[in-house]
Design a protein around this ligand. Structure first.
Ligand code: 13P
Length: 256
């Protein structure tokens, strides 16, 4: 039986009021029989408190979209993983391509964030992915190798199975063009094989989710792939009906 993680990355959308309405609608839509599908919402920082309050008696999980690697300090404008833990976040997304590109986050910063999150017992969602040009030049596996090796360089290797990997091809994010099922399966299989052989981790213990223009129309064929363990969904998670439909699809596949 397949288990899924279906995560909504709301990016810089929804103020606190809109966030609460979105999550209330979601709860009304989906809240029963969810054993094999974990549903996670990652609103903007300013909505975390409000959303935490709305979901407190449900199985819905809360995540943040980023964090700093230090616990506290003179880092104006930053938020520490400890602060997020106090708000009830179980997951923190790191290494998203939008942060790598617009905020110049490199593999070293991402590695430090990864360690801090793991030290707290929280679950990091480590985003990796290649650009279109890199894929065209057959560099996908080289790029993913570097991103994974750098992220895992200094962590206790026994913690690797706690890390969720989100394979997000940069060219598929927000473009409406998702990876084809063949591309997604091939890359997810490669990521699992690479991590399990390099770090001696059980392949079955790894969670690799797909992100990049996943929606209610293409989620069935993507989630049905052998090595796809869920989705990290941007645009389609901002609409309660569409996100519900993706969750219901995951639930139905997990029962097969
Ligand atoms: P879209 O689903 O909007 O393509 O975004 C994917 C993503 O970046 C999730 O982190």
């Amino acid at each position: 039986m397949k288990k899924f993680l279906i995560a909504g990355n709301w990016k810089m959308f929804t103020n606190v009021f809109e966030s609460k309405v979105l999550v209330e609608t979601l709860i009304a839509n989906i809240w029963k029989d969810n054993q094999n599908t974990t549903v996670l919402v990652c609103p903007p920082f300013t909505s975390l408190c409000g959303v935490a309050d709305v979901i407190k008696d449900t199985d819905l999980k809360l995540g943040a979209q980023n964090c700093h690697y230090e616990e506290k300090g003179a880092y104006t404008g930053e938020i520490s993983p400890q602060m997020l833990q106090y708000l009830g976040c179980n997951y923190i997304i790191i290494g998203h391509s939008e942060r790598r590109t617009h905020f110049k986050e490199d593999d070293e910063i991402i590695a430090r964030k990864l360690s801090s999150i793991l030290d707290l017992g929280l679950i990091p969602i480590l985003c990796i992915g290649e650009t279109f040009e890199q894929r065209m030049n057959n560099m996908t596996n080289t790029i993913l190798t570097k991103q994974i090796e750098k992220a895992f360089e200094n962590i206790d290797k026994s913690l690797i199975k706690q890390v969720v990997i989100a394979y997000e091809p940069v060219w598929a994010i927000g473009t409406g063009i998702s990876a084809t099922p063949e591309q997604a399966q091939e890359t997810h299989r490669w990521v699992k094989d690479f991590i399990s052989s390099t770090y001696s981790v059980n392949r079955e213990d790894l969670t690799v989710i797909y992100g990049g223009s996943m929606n209610d129309k293409n989620c069935y064929e993507l989630l049905n792939l052998a090595d796809v363990d869920g989705g990290l969904i941007g645009g389609a998670s901002l609409n309660a009906e569409t996100f519900t439909s993706i969750i219901e699809t995951a639930k139905s596949i997990s029962k097969i």
